[in-house]
Design a protein around this ligand. Structure first.
Ligand code: GLC
Length: 508
């Protein structure tokens, strides 16, 4: 293995917690780089400076002002730090990001031309760090369709003359592929050979470019890595992925266990631990009050925090309400997203006001109170590449009741002594209700067993720290492969019969 200090990684994403988070990608963009940095890797982040991020308020420093031929107008780069941390973030400012009110995930719901150009521009700029900030990474890590063209840009416009730069594309959700009109790629100057064979009706899905050109492709859980290859969760890209099967890896996401700790969390009404759970009751009372629900410690209180979209299984929840309302069950929801689904949830909450209460929006503090104050947590997602909420919930002693798919299947255990949750296999109302009722019965009839499950769940270690070695190995593999190839090109005679040659020496 190469040393950590040889790795220089640029992480590029559309969102970053807490500056611009709209989905789990924002959490991952903070948590994983932070853990890698703490393990000794020089990793830096590049994200857009959206209009709503105020550089002065955050104390950013302007480190670049200039122009590039591939886009009109001035570019400014602000250097900031991850909150409470030393990791460097480059915020890219340009008029193209000026009218952004919130980060867009689903390009089809926006002005495709404008949004497409925004992220092509960000991706194109990521290969220009040398000119902008005097630092060149040896690996650029792209995330989702927004930055999926980076691997092609790296090949077309190499960021470093001396050594090749490697690339990784992490797919957080294959349902979003970033389809844009071809002429945008031409406008930003990506040579035709990088996308010519991917054109469908004058459009190209940006994610396909990344899948084709990245050195390695990762996705956010091992189960999802298999699902996207062999089921319709590949959303039409199964063949593209099968071609790259040997370079596709599923590495489970993690959570920041220092920031998410019920023993020290300042956002919850009373702290608690698996040794003393009494504070959890206080949190439950606050939560019931906040959501205008009956303040009764014996109610089985369930939480759901999710982006409001079809994927997240709100249809199952709404269908399940007539059954659930017959029991001492109450459900709180926090989320933002699709207007139509929000309307359906609002109506359901009116019809079953003793059972369901809802708040729409993003509320960082309330989210913590929900994890702390609920007995169990609902994640009926139709599919879930990884999911983070089940890990936050377990950490706060709220037991996941989840669809057995993707990362949910990889993080929640539903059998034996180390059971941490309740999984249902078939995606339908009855299976979902059965899982909830099974949990409800344990909760109300067998307190001892319930407490055991809570303690086991709270003992799980899903910290990013645990994932760092897997990432280091992968980054190293990329660098070693690149160096090997370079070496073979320069000295084919030396490599033909000699596997043990030390290529590091060669590149010093
Ligand atoms: C996306 C996925 C979610 C995953 C997150 C972070 O939001 O839908 O499953 O946990 O990205 O990788």
């Amino acid at each position: 293995m190469l040393n950590s200090d040889e790795l220089k990684i640029l992480w590029v994403s559309a969102e970053l917690d807490p500056y611009s988070k709209v989905s789990g990608v924002g959490d991952v963009s903070r948590g994983l780089p932070k853990a890698l940095y703490d393990s000794g890797i020089d990793i830096r982040i590049m994200v857009p400076r959206y209009k709503f991020i105020n550089p002065e308020e955050h104390g950013f420093i302007r480190v670049f002002k200039g122009k590039f031929p591939f886009i009109q107008g001035e570019i400014i780069v602000w250097e900031g730090k991850l909150t409470n941390h030393d990791l460097t973030i480059y915020f890219v400012e340009h008029e193209i990001f000026k009218d952004e009110k919130k980060v867009c995930l689903d390009i089809e719901k926006t002005n495709v031309e404008k949004t497409g150009m925004k992220f092509l521009f960000l991706s194109r700029l990521s290969v220009e760090t040398k000119k902008m900030v005097g630092w060149t990474p040896n690996i650029i890590h792209a995330n989702d369709w927004h930055t999926a063209t980076i691997p092609a840009f790296v090949k077309a416009f190499p960021p470093c003359k001396k050594n090749k730069v490697g690339t990784i594309l992490t797919i957080h959700n294959l349902a979003y592929q970033g389809r844009i009109p071809v002429h945008l790629l031409e406008k930003i100057g990506l040579p035709h050979i990088y996308f010519g064979d991917l054109i469908e009706n004058d459009t190209v899905k940006l994610l396909r470019i990344g899948i084709k050109w990245a050195d390695k492709i990762t996705t956010v859980s091992p189960t999802y890595a298999k699902e996207i290859l062999y089921t319709d969760l590949g959303f039409g890209l199964q063949n593209d992925l099968i071609k790259r099967k040997n370079d596709l890896v599923g590495i489970l996401n993690g959570i920041d266990t220092e920031e998410w700790d019920p023993e020290t969390d300042e956002n919850i009404p009373q702290n608690f631990s698996k040794k003393d759970l009494s504070g959890k009751q206080v949190c439950k009372r606050t939560l019931q009050k906040t959501y205008n629900l009956k303040q009764d410690p014996n109610m089985f209180t369930l939480g759901m925090i999710a982006r409001i979209s079809k994927q997240k299984g709100f249809d199952l929840l709404i269908e399940a309400l007539p059954d659930l309302s017959k029991e001492k069950i109450q459900i709180v929801i926090l989320g933002e997203g699709d207007q139509k689904i929000k309307e359906e949830i609002r109506n359901a909450a009116n019809d079953y006001s003793d059972t369901l209460s809802v708040k729409f929006g993003y509320d960082f503090r309330l989210a913590r109170i929900i994890y702390a104050g609920t007995d169990a947590f609902l994640i009926p997602s139709k599919f879930e590449p990884c999911g983070l909420t089940q890990m936050y919930a377990m950490r706060y002693g709220s037991i996941p009741i989840a669809h057995k798919t993707g990362g949910l299947a990889d993080t929640v255990l539903d059998t034996g002594e180390f059971k941490t949750g309740f999984l249902f296999e078939k995606y339908d109302k009855d299976s979902f209700v059965n899982a909830i009722i099974e949990a409800y019965n344990v909760y109300s009839l067998n307190k001892e067993k319930w407490e055991h499950i809570v303690k086991v769940a709270m003992s799980q270690d899903h910290s990013w720290k645990r994932r760092v070695n897997e990432w280091k190995t992968l980054y190293n593999e990329i660098l070693i492969n690149i160096r090997k190839k370079e070496f073979e090109k320069i000295s084919p005679e030396k490599t033909s019969n000699n596997d043990s040659i030390d290529i590091r020496e060669f590149f010093k």
